[in-house]
Design a protein around this ligand. Structure first.
Ligand code: FSX
Ligand code: SF4
Ligand code: SF4
Length: 322
């Protein structure tokens, strides 16, 4: 893993983007440049040079693919450039053109060639029951035999060969919905899975059901260019998960004055009586907002705490105060 370091001076000159602007992009302040603006053509070419030996492999287990959809909705029309040219995404079951044995062989070849250097993104929980058979990711052909690769196999094999792992979405980070009460598949998070198998590769958790696209792109770029960002006790980057929703909510004055919203369509008041979990939740949704900055959960509903380790059981029922 690379140490924290300055973007090289010549790179700053070449791109016209200072380190200050680069870091500002991660904070999501209204005055800062947006994450997608980091990918101006000059910065793209500088990052390409730095990242050509750092491919990313993305695997999917037990989730709804919402994490990928959230990412793909983000920075159109430059998302293809971000994923393929900047981030060097070499394997992604939803968006890659290749399939079957060819795709699987390519994935494992890259993992061997860049052992200890590539980053693995895990989306979805890992179903460990029934010998992993609840989630078969692909097949490989060997000497006339067909070998099934389960999510358990791929997380174990690729996870131990990777230089770093990003657990994208609450399912991968903490188990999420698949690991909620019932959990017949034995769904588990990346960190718990690694503990079980003694895998020591560092893990960054990027929760959210789904996670904000800026959290994904920003964390991947930070990891690849400047190393692992500072993490909190739940393994999340402080850059995105360091602030309390309630303390920063535009409705907190109403809360202090005891003015509660009468219904979800009430434009005024605090949503606590309607089930808002903001006081127990740490994320920057209140300022980053969603849907290209259009709105966020508390505008039209409540915060259900989708980024927290106890989600969803610990936050249920969503319509009642804690
Ligand atoms: Fe989980 Fe991803 Fe929730 Fe879905 O695949 S974080 S169910 S929005 O999208 O894993
Ligand atoms: Fe806190 Fe939610 Fe009320 Fe906002 S709406 S002040 S986050 S309880
Ligand atoms: Fe999740 Fe709450 Fe942010 Fe909505 S406001 S995305 S529920 S953390």
């Amino acid at each position: 893993m690379k140490d924290e370091k300055m973007l090289p001076d010549e790179q700053q000159m070449k791109t016209g983007v200072s380190r200050r602007d680069f870091l500002k992009a991660f904070t999501g302040t209204a005055a800062g440049i947006g994450i997608s603006q980091m990918f101006n053509p000059a910065l793209v070419s500088a990052l390409q040079e730095e990242l050509k030996n750092h491919p990313v492999l993305w695997i999917q287990g037990q989730g709804c693919t919402g994490c990928s959809v959230s990412l793909l909705n983000s920075v159109e029309p430059t998302i293809a450039k971000v994923l393929l040219d900047v981030i060097s995404l070499q394997f992604h079951p939803t968006v890659m053109a290749s399939e079957g044995n060819t795709a699987m062989e390519n994935c494992y070849e890259i993992a061997m060639k860049y052992k200890g250097k590539f980053s693995l993104v895990v989306e979805g929980a890992i179903p460990t029951a029934a010998d992993g058979k609840y989630c078969i990711c692909g097949e490989m052909h060997r000497k006339g035999m067909t070998i099934e690769k389960t999510m358990v196999d791929m997380t174990k094999e690729l996870g131990s060969a990777a230089g770093s792992v990003i657990a994208v979405g609450t399912c991968a980070a903490y188990g999420g919905i698949p690991a909620a009460e019932g959990n017949v598949t034995g769904a588990t998070s990346v960190m718990d899975f690694f503990k079980q198998y003694g895998i020591k590769t560092p893990v960054i958790n990027l929760p959210g059901c789904p996670p904000h696209p800026d959290w994904i792109v920003g964390s991947v770029v930070h990891l690849l260019t400047k190393g692992i960002p500072e993490l909190d006790d739940a393994g999340r980057p402080n850059l995105f998960f360091g602030e309390n929703i309630h303390d920063n909510c535009p409705r907190v004055d109403a809360y202090d004055e005891g003015e509660m919203s009468a219904s979800l369509s009430d434009p005024k008041g605090c949503r606590m009586d309607l089930g808002c979990k903001g006081p127990d939740v740490y994320a920057d949704c209140y300022k980053r907002k969603w849907n290209s900055g259009m709105n966020w959960c508390v505008d039209n509903a409540v915060c259900i705490g989708c980024v927290e380790p106890g989600f969803p059981d610990g936050m249920s029922p969503f319509y009642e105060p804690m």
